[in-house]
Design a protein around this ligand. Structure first.
Ligand SMILES: Nc1ncnc2c1ncn2[C@@H]1O[C@H](COP(=O)(O)OP(=O)(O)OP(=O)(O)O)[C@@H](O)[C@H]1O
Length: 580
């Protein structure tokens, strides 16, 4: 099973319920204070208490008074109205909280470092933005409902004291016993609920395997069975843990219900027998207690959902903490988009990077044999050059590309642009120099970020790349992405060319092109890009084309083995292509 590198501690480790932090979150960040929901809830509970009072007065009266009937009707009408308004406002609050949490988490994901995003085990992220965000958002409805119910109980307890003080004491006793039952049950319940959520992350990871690996899974039944067994295992463990959590929640609720039932027995049997309370008072107390039974059940039922939401709050906070730790600097991800910049020289000076997997759960650092070091790398690049990077699998070519494009920050050495070091403050400006088609590229369905002028450049490039018959641009989006692998890569190149950035990076672009398109790429497109003044950096294994670049960089074991210059080779290709 995939391990997760979680910075948060489990609920049981924390030793506190997290309810305080949950309520603080709901009140402070959940917009509770700015919503009319609190006012509606208070009004609904006041009118409900008035209704209880009116019912009780009418029930105990010798004759029905018109005023009491009118009071009852008014109380019913206003209770229904305010309860409805409170419900609508609280659901608005739920959706607002959900939207806020999801946009905040997405923003943090957009800001996260490439290292974090390139990890495969993102089941945790999916689970948190769906399940946990729902749990915490719906807690605001439960919070309002509970507040409304608690206010009714708070109004009714003094009234019970007023009717008969022994009943008042017994009612308070029942509330205290119920609260103790809940508090005792919630620690083990929360611990199981949290473990269940963590198991759900594994489940999402395996579902991701199904979606990504469907072809391999179709070809070998045993592979599919093995994955299915893992999915069943994760789902079963989650079920067991959730059932355990609910068993504890239910135990707490049973204690509270027992206390309420004990209270009813005490009122019906104990009061007349031991306190000599008259039947008329017993009936009045009984009516009030029965009418508050609903609000008590509401509070008791919601306590479990608060515990689940407290777990969700902890897990969301843990992910936020991870994302903050993994965030790029503000300057790298915020601020207005800079206009396409120019450069005259890019220099890598003693640049190094260490690649490692996320450590398994419980481990502090990856083992040495799980690390790969690239560099130190020294390299100077200038506009108008065509640079090919070659080397065996695992030589470090893609890592060099990540370092060069500013996606990965070097651990040692520095990158200089026109003699100035690239720092977090100017990193985004530096990245704006590049357009790229990575070996594992992603095609967005829309032309995000391209201005109108850039968008108008895409169709000519589609024609040049022999895609005009398959894809059109409609309202800033591609008409289709249902294309072959080679076509998709050419589509990605059409966007990169339309961006017209000074440096174009192509990682194994030709690998999935047919011979005709491969020839077009090496003999026409690349020389043309250089002629237009672009620095072209292409990772390639096509040895027979190594003579078509100005510089050939060979990599091995994370180092640059050779940097051979063949001046003018690419320009000569361009001249030949244009017939000059
Ligand atoms: N997260 C990681 N943890 C540890 N090692 C890693 C990690 N990512 C990559 N590596 C290792 O770093 C080395 C360089 O990888 P890189 O992707 O840069 O190679 P490459 O030259 O582009 O290879 P290819 O031609 O196969 O694409 C490889 O040996 C790879 O196994």
């Amino acid at each position: 099973m995939a391990g997760h590198n979680d910075s948060e501690t489990s609920g049981s480790d924390q030793g506190n319920s997290g309810l305080g932090s949950l309520f603080a979150f709901l009140i402070r960040d959940g917009n509770l204070m700015r919503s009319p929901v609190l006012a509606y809830a208070v009004l609904a509970s006041v009118t409900r208490s008035g209704m209880i009072y009116a019912i009780n007065t009418l029930a105990g009266a010798a004759a029905i008074a018109t005023g009491d009937v009118l009071l009852l009707l008014a109380a019913i009408a206003s209770t229904l109205t305010f309860s409805h308004l409170a419900r609508v406002a609280s659901f608005r609050l739920v959706e607002t909280t959900k939207r806020r949490l999801r946009t905040e988490l997405s923003r943090r994901l957009l800001d996260a470092r490439a290292d974090f995003l390139s990890r495969r085990d993102h089941g945790k992220v999916y689970s948190i933005v769906t399940h946990e965000v729902n749990q915490i958002s719906y807690a605001s409805v439960n919070f309002i409902q509970s507040l409304e119910a608690a206010l009714v109980i708070a109004f009714c307890i003094p009234y019970i004291f007023y009717l008969s003080w022994p009943s008042g004491v017994a009612t308070l006793g029942a509330v205290v016993i119920g609260a103790i039952g809940y508090l005792l049950a919630q620690t083990p319940a929360q611990a199981s609920a949290e473990r269940a959520s963590r198991t759900e992350w594994t489940f999402f990871d395996r579902v991701n395997d199904v979606l990504r690996g469907y072809k391999e899974l179709r070809l070998r039944r045993a592979r599919r069975d093995g994955l299915q067994a893992d999915i069943v295992d994760a789902a079963s463990r989650e079920r067991e843990l959730k059932v355990t959590a609910e068993r504890f929640f239910s135990l707490g609720q049973t204690v509270a219900q027992g206390a309420m039932m004990g209270l009813l027995c005490l009122i019906v049997v104990g009061l007349p027998l031991f306190a000599g309370t008259p039947t008329e008072t017993v009936l009045q107390v009984l009516t009030v207690v029965l009418l508050t039974y609903g609000p008590v059940e509401t509070v008791m039922g919601n306590l479990a959902s608060f515990s689940r939401a407290a777990v969700a709050r902890r897990l969301i906070a843990g992910l936020e903490k991870d994302l903050i730790a993994e965030a790029e600097t503000d300057a790298a991800t915020t601020g207005p988009a800079a206009p396409p910049a120019r450069f005259s020289r890019i220099e890598l000076r003693g640049v190094t990077a260490t690649l490692s997997e996320a450590p398994p759960e419980g481990a502090t650092a990856p083992a040495d044999d799980e690390r790969f070091t690239v560099g130190p790398l020294d390299l100077v690049l200038e506009p108008g050059e065509v640079v090919f990077i070659s080397g065996g699998n695992g030589a470090g070519k893609s890592t060099l590309i990540s370092l060069l494009t500013g996606l990965r920050r070097p651990e040692g050495g520095e990158i200089l642009r026109d003699g100035q070091p690239v720092t977090p403050a100017n990193l985004q400006d530096y990245r704006d120099l590049f357009s790229a088609v990575f070996s594992e590229f992603h095609l967005f369905s829309r032309l995000y970020g391209l201005d109108e002028a850039e968008q108008t450049k895409v169709p000519p490039h589609l024609a040049e790349l022999d895609l005009a018959h398959r894809v059109r641009i409609e309202n800033g989006a591609f008409s289709t992405l249902a294309l072959s692998t080679g076509q998709k890569r050419r589509l990605a190149l059409s966007v990169a060319l339309a961006e017209a950035r000074p440096i174009i990076v192509l990682d194994e672009f030709a690998a999935d092109q047919d011979p005709v398109r491969r020839k077009l790429f090496y003999d026409v497109l690349v020389p043309q890009m250089a002629r237009d003044g672009h620095l072209v950096i292409a990772v390639t294994h096509d040895e027979h084309c190594f003579d078509k670049c100005d510089r050939l960089i060979r990599m091995e074991a994370g180092r640059i083995l050779a940097d051979t210059r063949q001046p003018g080779a690419a320009h000569a290709m361009a001249d030949a292509a244009s017939g000059a």
